[in-house]
Design a protein around this ligand. Sequence first.
Ligand SMILES: Cc1cc2nc3c(=O)[nH]c(=O)nc-3n(C[C@H](O)[C@H](O)[C@H](O)COP(=O)(O)OP(=O)(O)OC[C@H]3O[C@@H](n4cnc5c(N)ncnc54)[C@H](O)[C@@H]3O)c2cc1C
Length: 432
Amino acid sequence: MNGIGVVGAGIGGLHLSLLLQQHSVPVTLYAETAAREQLLKRLPNTAVHWRTTRERERTLGVNHWDGLPSAQPGTPLESGCMHVHVTLPAGTRQFSGNFAAPAITVDQRLITATLLEDFQDRGGEVVIRAIKADDLETLTERHEFVVLSTGRGSLTELFPRLAEHSPYIRPQRLLCTALYNGITYTDPIGIGFNVVAGVGELFELPIITADGPKTALFFEVVPGGPAELLMQARYQEDPAAFEANVIHVLGRYMPHVLERTQLGSFGVTHPLDVLQGAITPTIRRPYARLDNDRWVMAIADLHGVNDPLLGQGANAASHAAFTMGRAILSDGIAFDERFCLRTAELMWRHLDDVTSWNNHTLRTPLPDNVAQLLEAAHAKQQIADAFADGFAEPEAAWNRLASPERTQSWLRDQGCDPLEASIATPGPSQPR
Ligand SMILES: Cc1cc2nc3c(=O)[nH]c(=O)nc-3n(C[C@H](O)[C@H](O)[C@H](O)COP(=O)(O)OP(=O)(O)OC[C@H]3O[C@@H](n4cnc5c(N)ncnc54)[C@H](O)[C@@H]3O)c2cc1C
């Protein structure tokens, strides 16, 4: 027997491997590609790491990007706040909410390459190999336990979809994210979160890349809506048409972003820095018994994948890695059905809140209590701050939205009259 086998070197697999390594548990990490090759891949996502994930990164000693300077002298490329811009049929609202501690976005290729090197430099064993389902019995005989963190598209056949937690059978948004030159950051530097009813959402993210600070524009396009043209021109086929579509959508629906865009220098940073696709939110049973009677478990996206509308996937992957890691450290007597059931329950506690919040917010039209919360955030700074910081604490965010009564009760506790907190009043308001 040879410690724990972890398959997949994304955030989930890396955080789990590094945590176990920190506690002197022997780990073999099976990665599809070597560290430096990760940098040559297509942009896999543009994931924000909220303060809670950053705290876990500090625990692991992999917070390499803390305090890096931005293009604006003396200012680190961290986001201390979220600038929210909401356009619903009845009106437009703008507010900025402060995070309890800054969030950061780093090119995921750079993060995974660096963390894989960290793991190796600290003595961890890495096997470069794409694991197939047929390999798993051998792996489970080589290791005390095998955890799979292969993401949303690999080895899924082992873990059945749970219909009761997977209300959608098709993607609710079309995803178009890319890195750009030529966009000036907001002042203060923050994450832009733009919601336009019937069109979609846009995350504007200051991002650290291997080539320095850039901007990620991550569009979540409502299928059949007017921004779908962002999906029609594929960047690989016609870069100029793709960029013209981005400018068109910004000008038509998010002019405040276009105002900070220098058309002369605007453009995608590299042909591989574009990702266009879609995700069907899916929850799976995270454990399976193999034919040799050994159990394996899935964590992170392989357990549950959500639309990235609320920027939770990588953060939930890190959370799941810590839950799994602590379960291995605190039990360790046997990796049997009991271990799987108990650990699945622990992981679900967090993922359930993430999934419920995400799926609620994906609904069209925007649910009334979400609109109420946004209106209240526009009116009151402490609510704006709680809204922004909720991205780091999905349990708190969903606690406020899980029913209309909860939202109203919470708003009353914040000194806000829920009846007045309605965006149903026509006409644009003044930004604060
Ligand atoms: C456009 C977009 C934007 C996003 N924005 C955000 C955001 O703002 N915030 C956020 O938190 N999340 C975001 N996400 C979600 C986030 O990217 C994922 O939830 C997160 O990366 C999941 O981590 P993971 O470790 O489960 O899987 P992955 O990151 O997919 O990693 C899986 C790893 O397993 C490897 N692998 C796969 N199959 C095998 C195999 N058979 N053998 C060996 N290795 C294998 C892969 O090479 C990869 O390295 C976004 C996603 C997308 C698509």
